[in-house]
Write a protein that binds this ligand. Structure first.
Ligand code: ADE
Ligand code: ZN
Length: 341
């Protein structure tokens, strides 16, 4: 990879569009919060916990990820978790972040919805004050649970309209197709929310068709498997539906076996609006710039590819057109600016 490509990655302002806040829980912070809340952890040390981050597939990861979230009890825990991510994102020149949280991971353990959302929201507001970073919050439903449970979770939206911008769908994909959540997504659309869903991460192209046709999603999280279906590629290119691609996640969860086989470059060549994101960086070994750098290295991405990916991150965001334009202009200014010279 050329020095210029690396410099572009490190210095261009960018948006991150696929990030689970529970997936940013670094072992050091997990131990600190567990101690603060006087809760035991299954692991004796940070090193032992990190060693457990060796996953055969998505489900292996999810089991550890849900267990880790168990020590989050108080509003300050959610604040500290979110703040730690925002500091790292700021260091990576993320100027806009669209963050997912999984309310059911917390409410199912007796933690009130408000405790989680208020802690996360307060950190997002502080990042706006301190770094000028803008953000959106996505309430994600766990697809291994029922649609009825998703509806119960959705009820909280009406008390927190000022904090929630979108709904999402995550967790165990295979066996839990988008169609299972048709009515709750229809309701969210009716309420004017932006809607997104994980589709085609491990699940087939058919699930991506369902996410488009039944859930009427505005964006696709992952979407790797859509490349199995030419008609689907055409449709997604024509409708300019953004893909939030997560290369290091795909590698760690064995969606791809080598980054050299990652479909990101192919997606760009097909004219798809692909973006680069970190998904669950504490578990997958890298924040957003690491995702760009390792993928650029493996796929020989050019300066043009990096600029396109960074621009896609703003174009594929849920920001209003005016703000998108402002951010896109700031990318052009950075590309042309002497600070990159
Ligand atoms: N929850 C957190 N990360 C996820 C992923 N990569 N896929 C599905 N659900 C998730
Ligand atoms: Zn994800």
């Amino acid at each position: 990879m050329s020095a210029n490509v690396k410099q572009l990655i490190n210095e261009l302002p960018k948006a991150e569009l696929h990030l689970h806040i529970e997936g940013t829980f670094e072992p050091e912070l997990m131990f600190m919060i567990a101690e603060r809340n006087k809760l035991p952890l299954k692991y004796q040390s940070v090193e032992e916990l990190r060693k457990a981050y060796d996953f055969g597939n998505l489900q292996d990861f999810l089991d550890i990820y849900y267990a880790g979230a168990n020590v989050l009890r108080k509003e300050e825990d959610f604040y500290d978790l979110t703040w730690a991510y925002l500091e790292k994102a700021h260091a990576d020149k993320v100027v806009h972040a669209e963050i997912m949280f999984d309310p059911q991971t917390h409410t199912d353990r007796g933690i009130p919805f408000d405790v989680a959302i208020n802690g996360i929201h307060n950190a997002l507001k502080d990042a706006e004050k301190e770094f000028g970073m803008t953000s959106k919050l996505i309430m994600s439903f766990l697809r291994h649970l029922s649609e009825e449970a998703a509806f119960e979770t959705y009820e909280n939206y009406f008390r927190h309209k000022d904090k929630i911008d979108a709904v999402g769908l995550d967790s165990s994909e295979v066996g839990n197709p988008p169609s299972k959540f048709a009515r709750v997504f229809q309701r969210a659309k009716m309420d004017g929310l932006f809607v997104t869903a994980h589709a085609g991460e491990e699940g087939p192209a058919e699930y991506v068709w369902e996410a488009l046709g039944i859930l009427k999603i505005d964006r696709i999280d992952h979407g790797n498997r859509l490349l199995d279906d030419e008609k689907l590629i055409e449709r997604i290119a024509k409708d300019k539906i953004a893909l939030t691609v997560c290369p290091l996640s795909n590698l760690k969860l064995k969606v791809v076996h080598d980054l050299k086989d990652h479909p990101l470059k192919k997606m760009l060549d097909y004219g798809l609006l692909a973006t680069v994101n970190s998904d669950d960086p504490a578990y997958f070994g890298g924040y957003v710039n690491d995702n760009y750098i390792q993928t650029a290295e493996a796929l020989n991405l050019t300066e043009g590819d990096i600029i396109a990916l960074v621009k896609n991150s703003f174009s594929g965001s849920m920001l209003d057109e005016e703000t998108k334009k402002r951010y896109l202009k700031s990318v052009d200014e950075s590309v042309n600016g002497e600070d990159l010279g």
